[in-house]
Unconditional design. Structure first.
Length: 155
């Protein structure tokens, strides 16, 4: 395999890794949002809520490790690409991974803190309002009409 083919293969591999790198935060935003939406929407016991929150925290930590590992692979590959090109490494090359990991860590800490007392953090689902039937007397002018309202029969 020639130097040019190796270089092209390394660039293609870097592009593929870069695509995965940028997909991870989107996956985690979707996962976190979905889990918090489920907690707000479903009537779960405190134990069920804790389970979901701990799962969210663990998932965030696992993806922090995955992001760091992926960035290390990308750095090694980028160093080989730069050696061929003669390019210099950017001074703030790792700021994106640090920012993503910081946000994931914040989400994990929020989930852990919420898991300590989910009842205090998560609002309970509101009971549905009773149905009320109102009847217009239809006898007088619109401004003077009165409504007679009674609770609707169950069912």
């Amino acid at each position: 395999m020639s130097e040019t083919e190796i270089y092209q293969q390394q660039c293609a591999e870097f592009r593929a890794l870069n695509a995965v790198f940028w997909q991870i935060p989107l996956i985690m935003m979707t996962l976190n949002g979905g889990l918090w939406f489920a907690l707000a929407s479903l009537e779960l016991t405190d134990t069920g809520q804790r389970f979901i929150l701990v799962f969210a925290a663990v998932a965030n930590v696992v993806f922090i490790v995955a992001l760091i590992r992926l960035r290390l692979l990308m750095s090694a590959l980028l160093a080989r690409i730069h050696a061929v090109e003669g390019a210099m490494t950017a001074p703030l090359a790792k700021i994106t991974v640090v920012a993503f990991c910081g946000l994931l860590l914040l989400a994990a800490l929020g989930a852990v803190l919420a898991a300590l007392n989910p009842g205090a953090v998560l609002a309970t689902t509101a009971k549905p309002s009773p149905v009320v039937v109102c009847v217009d007397d239809g006898q007088t002018a619109v401004a003077a009409r009165t409504l007679t309202c009674t609770p609707a029969a169950p069912g």
